[in-house]
Design a protein around this ligand. Sequence first.
Ligand SMILES: [Zn+2]
Length: 481
Amino acid sequence: MARLVVFSLVPEVSDKVEREYIEGFSVDNYNASALRVSHMFFADDTLVFCGAARDQLYHLKGVLLCFEAVSGLRINLGKSEIVLVGPVSDVEDLAHVLGGRTASLPMKYLGLPLGARYKSKEIWNPILEKMERRLAGWKRSYLSKGGRLTLIKSTLSSLSTYFLSLFSIPSSVAHQIEKLQRDFLWGGLGDEFKYHLVNWHAICTPIQQGGLGLRQLIPFNQALLGKWLWRFANERNTYWRQVIACKYGCDRDGWHLKEGRGGHGDWALGEYTDLMAFLYQQKVKRTEADQLRWVCTTSGLFEIRSYYRLLSSQHVSNFPWKSIWQNRVPHKVAFFTWLVAHGKILTIDNLRRRQICVLDWCFMCKRAGESVNHLMLHCEYAQELWSMIFCMFGISWVMPQSTYALLHCWRRKGPAHLIWNAIPSCLMWLLWRERNQRAFEDSERHSAELKLTLLRTLMEWIAAVSRLSFPSVFAFIDDCV
Ligand SMILES: [Zn+2]
């Protein structure tokens, strides 16, 4: 037994019932004969609920002594706590009986707030603080967008998942967290101003639909809480369900709570009615025994992911995500290609759209009219690179109008096309770097030089992720044909 937590209740509450050795508390305040809870075991802890009376604590001590004698295990009272519920007058006297520390509500238990108001914003403060602290640490180090994205996904999302599966997040807190994530993704070093190139809603759509697959907090929170509604309907005999049903009442078929007993405020009425409305739309087979089935999965079992998809109403779209994310190119390059596909890199036309006063000029062909599609596909300089590729592969190709369309029709299936599939990302990435060299460093390379860099970079990337190795650029070209 790692820890013993004793909850001492106010005597008035327990006076209504006949005195017992260790009284526990009645789940329903209005009905003394309802379900009573005297103790619980959770994780490594034992929680005992008893009245705030000396004799009850002596009884408890007796039970613990018996336990020690029978089991040979010792209870460490130094680790135990007496938690007071409501006003208790002779605290020290009571604490002396057992010898543990005393604490009061609200308190922190296993990292979660206990006894705090359910919808209070304060319970989210530790999460926000933790996030801010981590971000401040990471901000100082240089990270590519790809790296930032991975960090947001792995750490920032998982930080709050535990809380999100138990509490309904206030929308102001959700917005604060999302703002932290947003600023971190687009942010530069320190407080330097950076453009947010793609809006947050687009980022939060799944990768297959052109987003970055980050989760929107509010629907994700609802999906996680939906799991409890599902379990309420299905786990008829579990103790937690009995406690809820006793406190708030249970309706007709026992699948959900009674309405109008004040419990729904806590149970987030919105999600509850949405989920139930959805469930009741489903057809009834009269020959089978009634049971809840989740129609979004083949197993009929509830799945948080599918409920999230339903809540965030994501539609199938035709985004060329495989051409971007399923290539063996570095993550930061894939992120760049994703921006290109959305037409969001900061070319001259995009800067002008953001009211930045710059000369309309293509640094590559030295004429007016820099746009994403011009720079990447139709500029003379770009065309030289593309032509080399088409020659290497021995094909003729009509260049599509946009990078989006190009990515759409480029991809070939199968491992034999590793090199081919990596080409658009690699070529556009190098073009963009060359363009920025010219724009900001005032140095330029001839297209012949960039062609060679393109081949070398492709060789390196392919060799890094496969067993292929190329003794020379010529061997590499031979492999393409
Ligand atoms: Zn040009």
